[in-house]
Design a binder for this molecule. Sequence first.
Ligand code: DQA
Length: 149
Amino acid sequence: MAKPIHILNGPNLNLLGTREPDIYGAATLEDIRTLCTEAASDLGCQIDFRQTNTEGELVTWIQDAAETASGIVLNAAAYTHTSVAVLDALKTCTVPVVEVHLSNVYKREPFRHNSYVSPAATGVICGFGPHGYVLALEAIAKLIAGKQE
Ligand code: DQA
């Protein structure tokens, strides 16, 4: 049985749907989970979809994913811009990591232009809303398939 792709979501993403809808849209995190479940089924892979508001829990989940996941889709939300601990945890991962943001962070405030995730990520997807998660899953599925060839 192939390992699942872990989809890890950081702080305040539990509020999607009501949180700044002009920026993040109307989809809730449950809607995004459903989208990811459907995309994973099409791609023939399993997912483990989680959200936390706590930096330490996110770090523990990244450490866990390094062992138990075939890849990581990470929307670290605000910790993207602040967390050396998240970067250090990602540096221990040998599986593909795709950094995702719903919004185009480069169109927003300058403090969102710095990412502690990007230096340890295989690739970055931002600005496509919930569809970015599907793109990230497709990218990881392709990388995993390429390794098996
Ligand atoms: C976000 C962008 C971050 O800057 C912000 O702190 C978030 C969400 C996004 O998905 O667009 O919480 O990661």
